[in-house]
Design a protein around this ligand. Structure first.
Ligand code: PLP
Length: 448
């Protein structure tokens, strides 16, 4: 195994802050994913394609807040709009013309989205989309792919990355609760299939079709590094959903407005019934959305029309707050233009090609993947098609890569082999080349 460089010498302020913060908040962080050994680099500020730590180090930032900031940090157009909005008020809990400003570009980008509701996070979007599917079908079970992350609510914490010794056989995976506090009953409504294996979904529908409300899937798995759907997989899910009258939900929290303007649905040419969104749609402001076919979304309006709660509930004080809506509208209408997509795709291809050249030159065992603005490197030659292939990935080696890159002034992606890089509209060709140069330098050490 490659020796893992650490960054203690360059980051004493981060170390001290981590120690202080652990007294105040569990593990010193506000989302458990952010805690890792020895401690996370603590941020002081961010701008454009870079982030700066409390010790004054600059990093080219390709983690971009779990890929949220396709627009980069502090985009001037977004900043100006946000300041203007702050002066007009950040919360009204009343409808405004900003709803149309934010909703229209989502409806325009996804054929599947005829109506949309706003939330505050990806977790909420998935939670509401699955509840809505249950309300619409009158059924309770959800088919999900083993090893997929769909948020932090109770059902999403079942089999997101289960230990294989608890997960049962590949053909009949057992739901594993990955947090204490998730009630025993929660896995009862989850049926697990394997990504890229439409037959595994078909088997579940044959056996339990009458009880299934929805098939929930990411069009490309972006919490297994980057696993794309094989030809015919999403198309087959579409057919099966129609055959069994179940709702096909795409979790486009990470793929939405990133793989293409209209997300994975556009990129792979398959439209679901419901789409869950968050992250990049808001350019770094906390917002999510879920939308889809009018007939299904109407179940939300029924709540009101009937005068009693007969429909699917969707409430929230901060839903559709004017600051978030302004951010969505400005991001989608003014920043993520056709030119912006050309820019990020060209640079992301350049980055992936640079990695491939370094790997060819050094003989590292690695596979580079790239789709739209996103990409990553798996340190294995074996194909990764499903969660069960994850064992091929050399996570220890990946950790050495990640720390080595951070020490060379590049945060390649969030700290975890399961994540991927994002190239932002503010990154430049020079910054891509600097990223590749850092990898080339590191690769000679990793293979030495
Ligand atoms: N779905 C996917 C595919 C995600 O990657 C995430 C977060 O990383 C979520 C849902 C949850 O989103 P949030 O963290 O905004 O709640």
């Amino acid at each position: 195994a490659a020796e893992c460089e650490r960054y203690e010498e360059r980051t004493p302020e981060s170390a001290a802050m981590a120690e202080d913060l652990r007294e105040l908040v569990p593990a010193g962080v506000c989302s458990t994913f952010r805690a890792y050994d020895p401690y996370p680099v603590h941020a002081a500020r961010a701008e454009g394609g870079s982030i700066y730590d409390v010790d004054g180090n600059e990093y080219l930032d390709f983690a971009l807040n779990n890929g949220t900031q396709l627009v980069g940090h502090t985009h001037p157009t977004l900043e100006e709009a946000a300041v203007d909005q702050i002066e007009r008020g950040t919360l009204y809990t009343r409808p405004t013309d900003l709803i149309e400003f934010a909703a229209r570009p989502l409806i325009d980008r996804w054929d599947a989205i005829e109506q949309v509701r706003f939330t505050n996070s990806g977790t909420e979007s998935i939670m509401h989309a699955t509840r809505l599917a249950r309300a619409y079908t009158g059924r309770e079970k959800i088919i999900r792919m083993e090893g997929a992350y769909h948020g932090a609510h109770d059902p999403a914490l079942v089999s997101k990355m289960p230990p294989l010794e608890q997960a049962g056989p590949e053909r009949d995976p057992r739901p594993v609760r990955e947090s204490r506090g998730v009630p025993d009953s929660v896995p009862e409504d989850i049926l697990l299939a394997q990504y890229n294996d439409a037959e595994s979904v078909e088997r579940l529908l044959r056996d339990h079709g009458a009880e299934v409300a929805a098939v929930l899937v990411e069009p490309a798995c972006l919490n297994l590094g980057l696993v794309e759907p094989e030809d015919g997989f999403l198309e087959r899910l579409r057919e099966l959903a129609d055959e069994y009258n179940v709702v096909l939900i795409f979790d486009e929290v990470k793929t939405g407005v990133k793989l293409a303007p209209g997300g994975g649905a556009e990129y792979y040419g398959v439209q679901p019934d419901l789409v869950a969104l968050a992250k990049a749609i808001g350019g770094g402001y906390p917002v999510g959305a879920f939308g889809g076919r009018r007939e299904i979304m109407d179940c939300i309006a029924a709540d009101l029309n009937e005068g009693v709660a007969t429909g699917a509930a969707h409430y929230g004080t901060y839903n559709g707050n004017p600051l978030a809506l302004r951010a969505v509208g400005v991001t989608l209408r003014e920043i993520l233009t056709e030119d912006a997509y050309d820019h990020v795709t060209t640079l992301a291809d350049r980055l992936a090609d640079g990695y491939r050249d370094v790997i060819a030159d050094t003989g590292l065992e690695a596979t580079v993947k790239s789709v739209g603005s996103q990409g990553m490197v798996h340190f294995t030659d074996e194909p990764i098609r499903t969660f069960r292939d994850w064992g091929h990935v050399d996570e220890e080696f990946h950790e050495a890569y990640w720390f080595g890159m951070v020490n060379r002034g590049v945060i390649p992606h969030p700290h975890d082999a399961s994540q991927q890089w994002t190239v932002s509209v503010q990154h430049t060709a020079e910054e891509i080349d600097a990223h590749v140069d850092a990898f080339a330098d590191l690769a000679t050490h990793l293979t030495a």
